[in-house]
Design a protein around this ligand. Sequence first.
Ligand code: SF4
Length: 220
Amino acid sequence: MRTKIKEIFTSIQGEGPYIGYKQVFVRFCGCNLNCAYCDTEFSQEDSTEYSATELAEIINKNTDCHSVSLTGGEPLLHIKFLKELLPLIEIPVYLETNATLHENLREIINFVDFIAADIKLPSCTGIKDLWEAHNTFFNISKEKNVFAKIVFDSNITEEEIELAGRLGQKYNIELVLQPKMDESNPLVNKEFMEKTLDLFLSQYKNVRLIPQVHKFLNVR
Ligand code: SF4
């Protein structure tokens, strides 16, 4: 089968514990969520269609990269295509996902090396709570190299901090707090960032605060 890919490019990973690694990014079209802060262009407009073989050939040329980042949009929406593509990939696979499509993850998890999974906070995304979906997702992904990314702003609630901390603790996964940013600046002040980190740390130790470094570096 063929699927529409928004863009393919190499760059430096700018989020989470793998910051600084060179990756080849493959951006899939479409997303099942509609987060208020989304700044990603993932529509099918100006996309290009590839077969799994064609795309794997392009990815596999990037032998100097740490991994291929499958991103979007939401790559797990394209599960049939991923089932064809992933067995053909010869470099490590890093999946960036909103951590909601757990049934699809189950089908391909054996082909994935790293999982960068979001915990979506209603206070920041403006969408309904996804705790149940995230819980099931982390239960499936916990054996892998997984971390959770939590985008937050000054509306974050103590209840959200407690629920997210509990998820981290339950599955022993690192939580990466990422302040919401505009083009290059955090939209949360320093005091609030520190206070939020402290509240997380008061219940769970494996938490770090890491902004989007690619924005400071002015790379994609
Ligand atoms: S899950 Fe990611 S890509 Fe989808 S709407 Fe939210 S921020 Fe945008």
